[in-house]
Write a new protein. Structure first.
Length: 130
């Protein structure tokens, strides 16, 4: 039988393990999409997916932020694939960097909102994961 040390202070409220709070995990859910810079294509999806699978059940706020980020990144990946095809018609050369910039800006906005405890509703996001 394990003994409880009465001098040990309990973990701060809102922590989910590993010393990170729920708010930290919501920020990570959005920022992890920037893994797409390191692993082009699927990296942007892997980050939010891992946060959702590993920590989504710990708190509904983490789950909501991870699903929002994941839905948005899947939507952006589809849009970038369309733009890539349009490169062969020239217009894609202009649209592809524009979509990438919009993705980056919206991830930054969502991250700031998450750090303030708000859920950002991404525009252009398909509701693929509910």
């Amino acid at each position: 039988m394990t003994q409880v040390d009465p001098n040990q202070t309990p973990p701060p409220s809102g922590q989910t393990g590993g010393g990170l709070t729920v708010q930290n995990w919501t920020v990570i859910a959005h920022l992890s999409a920037l893994a797409g810079v390191i692993v082009p294509g699927v990296g942007c999806i892997l980050g939010p997916l891992l946060v959702w699978l590993l920590k989504g059940k710990d708190d509904p706020r983490i789950e909501a932020h991870a699903k929002a980020a994941l839905n948005f990144q899947i939507s952006m990946l589809i849009l970038m694939a369309i733009c890539f095809v349009l490169v062969f018609v020239v217009i894609g050369m202009f649209l592809l960097p524009l979509v990438g910039l919009i993705d980056l800006i919206l991830v930054i906005i969502a991250t700031v909102k998450a750090s303030n405890g708000e859920l950002f509703k991404y525009p252009l996001s398909l509701k693929l994961i509910k």
